[in-house]
Design a protein around this ligand. Structure first.
Ligand code: ADP
Length: 274
């Protein structure tokens, strides 16, 4: 009687174990496929500029008696070299955000500084397109996290807003504190009046190397890794990123990150400071 009861108890457990094993194998296979795709994508992305550089250097040699052509080819070589540098830098950034624990170096980070840094990073590009950048609500807000990673995440969003917008439009960055059950959060919203993103593409833009329009992205020096970096940074900080967009109207990317509760902490540590 007892043996039967035991086996009756073990049997469902056993089948659940088998199920778990099967699920584990499927997950392992999926991860393996993602890794293989990634390596294939990296190889392809590296081959493009390297191939162009090789062709262009041949062209330079053939055109040695035509200084104007040499100039032209050299200019294009510079563009390809920059592309290659960007790609390698973004690959390094991505591997860093995937492997490092960002909260090891976590500290309160001033939102106004993050925003100023992100704007600075795009100032040149925005200037050439006469895009106005404006920020609001950033005063006295602090997020809790890794400064470098947070700067990379916000910088990528602002860079995209500028890159995927026509000339003479506006990019806005708005910050505010939101009350959340698990502790207050800081919301950072980057809004553009750009080309927008279709519902179908919205689901995929956070994937590594996914680009709605590879030709356009390449033109702006895009690598397809920016939003993958954003997603990782936000996830490892216990935050989230969401996107609202309407085609040909614009997009808003919103980050939610844990607040550093500076005001409160400071008041508690130095009650006389206030
Ligand atoms: P990229 O280096 O190509 O910009 P990202 O990972 O940053 O790569 O973005 C992935 C794709 O999402 C872009 O190629 C672009 O098609 C789309 N995208 C990102 N941000 C915006 C935006 N603000 N407006 C319109 N499309 C965007």
């Amino acid at each position: 009687g007892e043996a039967l009861a035991v086996s009756a108890r073990v049997a469902p457990l056993g089948s659940r174990l088998v199920l778990l094993l099967v699920e584990d194998l499927t997950e392992a296979r999926r991860i393996e496929a993602v890794r293989r795709d990634f390596v294939a994508n990296v190889s392809h992305e590296l081959k493009t500029p390297v191939g162009a550089l090789s062709l262009l250097s041949e062209a330079v040699m053939d055109a040695s008696d035509d200084p104007e052509a040499v100039q032209r080819f050299a200019g294009r070589m510079q563009i390809e070299a920059t592309r290659l540098t960007n790609l390698v830098q973004e690959l390094i950034d991505l591997s860093r955000v995937q492997n490092d624990d960002p909260l090891e170096d976590a500290e309160p980070v001033r939102v106004d500084e993050l925003v100023a840094e992100a704007i600075d990073r795009c100032r040149h590009q925005a200037g050439t397109k006469q895009i106005t950048m404006a920020a609001g609500g950033t005063a006295d807000l602090h997020v809790w996290g890794n400064r470098g990673q947070l700067a990379a995440a916000l910088g990528n969003l602002v860079e995209n807003a500028v890159n995927y917008s026509p000339a003479r439009t506006r990019v806005g960055i708005a910050a505010r504190r939101v009350n959340a059950p698990g502790g207050d959060q800081i919301e950072l919203a980057v809004t553009d009046q750009g080309i927008g993103i279709s519902d179908k593409d919205k689901e995929r833009i956070f994937e590594r190397f996914y680009r709605v329009d590879p030709a356009r992205s390449r033109q702006t020096g895009g690598t397809g890794l920016g939003l993958a970096i954003v997603k990782h940074v936000v996830a490892s900080h216990g935050g989230e990123v969401t996107v609202w967009s309407a085609e040909n109207q614009g997009s808003t990317f919103t980050l939610r990150l844990p607040e550093a509760g500076m005001a409160r902490d400071r008041a508690q540590q130095h009650p006389d400071l206030d």
